[in-house]
Design a protein around this ligand. Structure first.
Ligand code: 28F
Length: 642
């Protein structure tokens, strides 16, 4: 585990912070909502590192009323002694890129990829930051503005501002609105992350508070049952087929922890983590687990006579049919790659996970034969369906030229250049009609879909492929799709580089958005990873000043309407509320929602899709409140697409 002795020169001083403000996306992935929340995660990771080192038991995360965020831990407290540069170590760590024990080889710092760039990056991107360190019975304070120190050091040391009976570090920061388009933290993403961190660290307690106007709440995340509780929560409401299976062991300097449970459903749900970082795009730890698990199921199936000599092996996907699994790896100096730097690339991770999985599961299955038999029966069911699907898919793909043409609702565009082309998935034929008329036929295609598409989250693949709307989309996009048994998705064949969901701003519209996002996330995740999916934000209102000369104005949500009503006497204008896109005549639709120069689009981040199924539940309800909040949170962060 981590070195317990800190010495000032274990900080590697690389460079100043100017590059961070020049190109923030390089350091935190982006300056949209996801990048904003990432600021909290960077600070939080440092407290979690202190927990992993064995010195921090509790963390407090507060969204303050003034829009800033405070993170506090009860660890040892950032070092404050003089660094070789003649200033306090805290000052060096907060003002130097990549300062910090990047190279202490025997700790599992939550570093790698976008992670572990450290609090200095957050400091550079914050309007202000206050750092308080409690250690040696004293309370020290340092302050910064946009990463520049505003506290005078005495002989290089931090001023002592009080006494303290405890130890720890407390950081309060306000994101800089010169960097971030929107500086309102997403509470749902944050809580999801805090809960995930609690599941991964059973001895850690995280206190969450939101003190902002209108969203006050407190919540404590503590999961002493760790991954067992995590898997149970992922399987909530589903019929379980096996008990929860859990094992953990160390292997050549790594620590492998796995928890899995089978449910009666046609899907696999595998979450991978490395040093508490959610590896969204998977990686070597996951492939190591999958390879070994597939080998084991086939081995036992043959040993138990459930697979005959002449039978083919079960595929990997067969053996994981109905599996919910969390693989949590602690690995020194992991290498991350991929679009969002969340794909583990270290080859040794596959070896470590495979070795521990093989040893522990053989031991378990030898003593729980009925469990391995249930897993094999899940694999048998999947193999049967798979063979049917392969037939269905071949038919679908061969037949599709006709079925697709038969419902030829697609209004194609003339250009064939995918970079330029965009396709609007429009709710309902009337909206499809006015969009078809209002659009620019050269590069804008329209695909009207009628009513709700299938909720693919739970449906089996053959039902999904039989659904007309789904089939039309697969054929229209041109890039195939990826599903358990066959990944013939090829993003280079995508015909439209913008796929824009254009639905009504009501509960139904949002429900369709989440169903579409769930479909993309499950069958074409790279569309989302690569930023091809957008949600259009049509206006809700049109205000037309009475009398001569006034120019009509479109308003995109209630906040803008309230603002307008504050600034204009109601008798001076007519107010029109758009009930749905179908109500807008084509020129209006062009002016507000189709014209790339004027429209407002929100680029879908993977977090949106990842939470899509939870949001589906929330939006299914009749209460429009959550829907309005969903739109509100999305509308303002909508990224204008120039
Ligand atoms: C609210 C955010 O950042 N907590 C932290 C520590 C404790 C130590 C430490 C941090 C640089 C190179 C080691 C103290 N005493 N919360 C936080 N708590 N950093 S960040 O050391 C950083 C040094 O490696 C610490 C003895 N060893 C380490």
């Amino acid at each position: 585990m981590a070195k317990t002795q800190y010495n000032a020169d274990s900080i590697t001083v690389l460079e100043g912070l100017d590059p961070v403000r020049a190109r923030p996306g390089m350091y935190i992935g982006g300056v949209g909502q996801k990048g904003l929340n990432h600021l909290i995660y960077e600070i939080l990771d440092n407290s979690v590192d202190e927990h992993l080192a064995g010195f921090c038991k509790e963390i407090w995360v507060t969204l303050e009323a003034d829009g800033s965020c405070t993170v506090e831990d009860d660890g040892r407290g950032l070092p404050v002694d003089l660094h070789q540069k003649g200033v306090s170590a805290e000052r060096v760590i907060l003002t130097t890129l990549h300062a910090g024990g990047k190279f202490d080889h025997d700790s599992y710092k939550t570093s790698g990829g976008l992670h572990g760039v450290g609090s200095s990056v957050v400091n550079a991107l914050s309007r202000y930051m206050t750092v308080e360190v409690s250690r040696d019975g004293l309370l020290y304070r340092d302050t910064y503005e946009r990463g520049i120190p505003t506290t005078k050091l005495e002989k290089g040391l931090l001023p002592v501002v009080g006494k303290s009976k405890h130890t720890g570090t407390k950081i309060n920061f306000l994101p800089d609105d010169e960097i971030f388009e929107r500086t309102v933290f997403r509470a749902d993403w944050l809580k999801s992350r805090l809960h995930e961190t609690a599941y991964l660290n059973p001895e850690l307690t995280i206190h969450y508070r939101d003190l902002r106007e209108g969203t006050q709440e407190e919540q404590t995340f503590s999961e002493p049952e760790g991954l067992r509780a995590y898997v149970a929560s992922l399987n909530k409401g589903q019929e379980t087929v096996t008990p929860v299976i859990y094992f953990k062991d160390s292997y050549e300097g790594s620590e492998v922890e796995v928890c899995l449970q089978f449910v009666d459903a046609f899907e696999e749900n595998i979450h991978g983590f490395c040093n508490n970082i959610f590896t969204q795009e998977g990686g070597t730890h996951i492939t190591g687990f999958k390879t070994k698990f597939t080998q084991l199921v086939n081995l036992y199936a043959r040993q138990l006579g459930l697979l005959k000599e002449k039978d083919d092996n079960f595929t990997g996907s067969d053996t994981r049919n109905g599996m919910t699994c969390v693989v949590a790896l602690k690995f020194p100096e992991p290498i991350f790659e991929g679009q969002t730097k969340t794909k583990l690339a270290s080859a040794e991770a596959a070896t470590a996970v495979a070795a521990v999985t093989g040893e522990k599961l053989e031991h378990y299955f030898d003593r729980n034969v009925e469990v391995i038999k249930s897993i094999i029966s899940c694999a048998e069911k999947s193999a049967k369906i798979r063979k049917q699907e392969e037939k269905a898919k071949t038919n679908m793909l061969s037949r599709s030229k006709f079925s697709f043409d038969s419902n030829g609702k697609l209004k194609v565009c003339t250009s064939k250049d995918p970079e330029k082309c965009e396709i609007f998935i429009v709710e309902g034929d009337s909206a499809g009609g006015s969009a078809g008329t209002g659009r620019n036929r050269e590069f804008q295609a329209i695909l009207p879909i009628r009513g709700k598409i299938l909720n693919v989250e739970k449906a089996s693949i053959d039902k999904v492929l039989a659904n007309a709307e789904i089939k039309t989309m697969i054929n229209t996009f041109g890039c195939g799709f990826s599903e358990g048994y066959g990944n013939d998705f090829d993003i280079t064949k995508l015909r439209y580089h913008k796929i824009i969901l254009m639905t009504d701003a009501d509960v139904d519209g949002s429900h369709i958005d989440t169903l579409l996002l769930t479909f993309f996330y499950r069958f074409m995740p790279e569309l989302i990873y690569n930023g091809h999916v957008y949600v259009s934000m049509p206006p809700l209102y049109l205000v037309t000043p009475k009398g001569k000369g006034g120019t009509p104005r479109y308003l995109y949500d209630d906040r803008e309407l309230q603002k307008y009503q504050k600034e204009h006497d109601p008798s001076t204008f007519d107010l029109k509320r758009f009930k749905g896109l179908g109500e807008m005549d084509p020129p209006d639709l062009w002016a507000t929602t189709l014209d790339p120069e004027r429209r407002v689009l929100k680029q879908v981040e993977i977090e949106d899709a990842r939470l899509a199924s939870e949001v589906t539940e929330m939006l299914m309800g009749s209460d429009v409140g959550p829907r309005r909040q969903f739109i509100y949170e999305h509308a303002h962060e909508a990224e204008l697409d120039w």
